[in-house]
Design a protein around this ligand. Sequence first.
Ligand code: COA
Length: 323
Amino acid sequence: MIRSRIIGFERALPPVTVTNDDLAKMVETSDEWISSRTGIRKRHLVSDQNTSDLCIIAAEKLLEKAGWDSLSVDLIILGTVSPDYTTPSTACLVQNALGCKNAFCFDIAAACSGFIYSLSVADKFIKNGGVKRAIVLGGETLSKITDWSDRSTCVLFGDGAGGVLLEAAEEGGILYEDIHSDGSKAMALTAGYRANKSPFYKAEPKNDEFIDMNGREVFTFATRKVPESIKKVLEESKTSMDDIKYVVLHQANTRINEVIARKLKAPHEKFYTNIDRIGNTSGASVPIALAEMNEEGLLHKGDKILISGFGGGLTWATMLIEL
Ligand code: COA
């Protein structure tokens, strides 16, 4: 059976870091409120970069370190809810910058599960035999869909990008997955509403450009669905938590991740966290975490890791990977 093996991990963070104290100069908040409720102490925000710029940096590093010729890439998939444009896809912008002329490219909008959804789709193309090499990215400039006067959301999010290379292989790679959506709860987390601009539209246009979230509902959803999803992946793949080296959850909130760890009765040390430094970067959070773990020397060939994303849609997705 063909498998999709992960070859490299890279990330790109914008140079500007913004601390909780910096935000306290913009809205009525405090380092104490933000860090105790979310675990976040600072985040990176773009000044003049867009989502494609961050993704291009991560993808260039991936190709360079793996020694892949850009013409050998068959597919680029990019998970984002903050693309540069509706069309072209951000993946096509990355393709052009890298000269991956033989690749077909598209974006996936599954919010904080977007990178894992993208990996899943790339995995299917590889398993079907049509694709041998793929670049899978998650990138966001959430700062452009954040209302910087709304203290309940602006303290949570950051910008960044990360990604991996996938290659057809005989063993290892993506072993098992569990993927879901629940559109009945779609309004719990919304951003980027496209107003009706038809000349025949009579009502007052709705302006819902910015991230709007029912924080409690999202908290309850994540702490219920993610442990269920992880347990299902472990059971169905006949893997025990003892066999798992690390669990890499979407970095939304330290308290969410602590509840998930408790429900799974798994040791805290298995759960990688960088939310204190990065904030919530939606579809970029899991690949950024993987790249940082790799830089820290935590990832080794043969390790089994679980990755899990959850967020807007509502969507959630868990994947078991052998490195
Ligand atoms: N600084 C200071 N006070 C703030 C604040 C801030 N940045 N944001 C909100 N508050 C205030 C509110 O105005 C409210 O004040 P009030 O009681 O006088 O009305 C109070 O804090 C409590 O607000 P609430 O929204 O109920 O806080 P909470 O305890 O639910 O915590 C979250 C808010 C967002 C931290 C929490 O709901 C959460 O973690 N949700 C999950 C969200 C998430 O991670 N989403 C991303 C998933 S992809």
